[in-house]
Design a protein around this ligand. Sequence first.
Ligand code: ZN
Length: 284
Amino acid sequence: MITKQFLETYPLLRKYPITFDKLSHSQWGTKGAICNLPKPALNLFCKKCQSMQTFNMENDFEHFAVDSPVRHSPVGKIFEVRYLCAGCGQYRHTFYIEFGVDRAPKGDARTFSGWIRKIGQLPPWEIDIDKNIEKALGDDSVLYKKGLICESQSYGIGSYAYFRRITENIIDELLNSISDLIDEGDKEKYEQALEKVKKTRVTEEKIELVQDLLPLSLQPNGLNPLKSLHSALSAGIHNKTDEECLELAETIKEVLIYLLEEIKNRKNRAKEFTERMKRLLKQK
Ligand SMILES: [Zn+2]
């Protein structure tokens, strides 16, 4: 049903799968059923407070139940959902959400699958690149921005192509930068693998050569980002839908950003540590 993740992060027009309960389907028009739609609190940027704030849903689903056109089912309907900043009580985010099904529900199944999607939002989705990411990407930040624009329109195939291109462009540098973060014991193996990396031009092969040497500290919750990247790049998208490509594009984007940030943070920490040590030694 309507979730925090859907409202906060999904681009316009991207379908979010949900399950309708058929038993209550016939009761959708009654006050109770529509009022029971979830109203999750959101964490969004407030332009008035100039910071991330909690936003609570301000309007009630109840008023949708009053008009006769929306009496029976939310399917095919558009709901306006307004969220107000808890910090200043003035700034709002508004979403227009459509409920739909691709196929009519079959006979006596108790539930049937459908989707919700945003068909509009205010303020609009912003194509805004984090300054640090922009700097780390250099010339490729232009491609990155185009990838985000495609993503904002749910053009998954286009978005995938842009993020993939960036990976191809920066993979050598990325793998080299990671070598500083590799555990001492694996360093030699990693250097050897990097030598082999230089001999291939295929991005998937490069990643395959080094992915198993990634230290656990770079695998959040045991998930190896290089393995995710590898599988997203090898997916072969020629017969995939925009929807499927969006998911792959998101994986590529998230892994790239994660690695770029990890590399930067660790370098900063090392630098700070060195400077502190130098100051300590001077005092002696
Ligand atoms: Zn605010």
